[in-house]
Design a binder for this molecule. Sequence first.
Ligand code: CP
Length: 300
Amino acid sequence: MPPCLPSLLDLKSVSLEQIELLFSFASMLKRRRLVPTNRGLTAALAFFEPSTRTRLSFETASIRAGLGPLVFEGGSNTSLEKGETIEDSILNIAAMLPSVLIVRCGNEVDLAGISKKVSVPVINAGWGTKGHPTQALLDLFTLREKWTSLSGKKLLIVGDLKHSRVASSHAEIFAKTGMQIGQCAHPDFALPSPEIVFFSQLSEGLQWADAVMALRFQFERHDKSLGFSKEDYRSRYGLNRNSLQALKADGFILHPGPVHYGVEMEAEVSGDPRAVVLEQVTNGVFLREALLRTVLGEPA
Ligand code: CP
């Protein structure tokens, strides 16, 4: 059966109708577990960068959908150690004919090119700074559960947008949903997009927003010569009990994880009733199960 959704490498070509179908399917799966229908089939998870949430939620989603997860964590004890390239590793995994190939990798990997060489749908599970489509989808799914409709709502993204694949994916999708996106970032870390409202002051952005998402300070992607200290960053862009007084009482606080407490967010924020960080994780499993079942051609 041809997949209803082809490979999911980014959100540019995903329509609002496909997003709505996916969200309806994920909501249904959350209300009522479906029996696994794909017994004997496999989902290959090839992860060449670290992950906790995305890997385990795709693994859980695969099992719930009846797909046996084949997990390849690129690193020690694999043929990468013997000099095999990441591209060759992925092509060889694809040659084992999984029903879907879920890949996390760096910018240097030509995932789009690889997806054209393989005969199975490829899902981007975090591709360098290029995008993390399922994270943006699960973020929006979480907010839509709260608001019923995303249209007209305002999401402020705070922190290191430039190095964030999550921010890149949100930038691709927000206009389709009728949302507005704002950013509050050090100028070196902002996205150069005129459609994204820029706030230099966190308090102004928080007053404007219906929800705020903090992003991880991406140490590993920075040039070491930052012109500011971690403490400066924390005091200007950090979410804490005090700064969050500017966010409306019925607003929401998100973080895709992993959180660096004491940098972009203080630990006290976890206890804020507006925080939905763990709900995002729970929803990630349902959203990814819905995606896997949809890619395999199951009706929503
Ligand atoms: N949000 C996210 O991608 O988390 P992991 O890196 O743990 O998968």
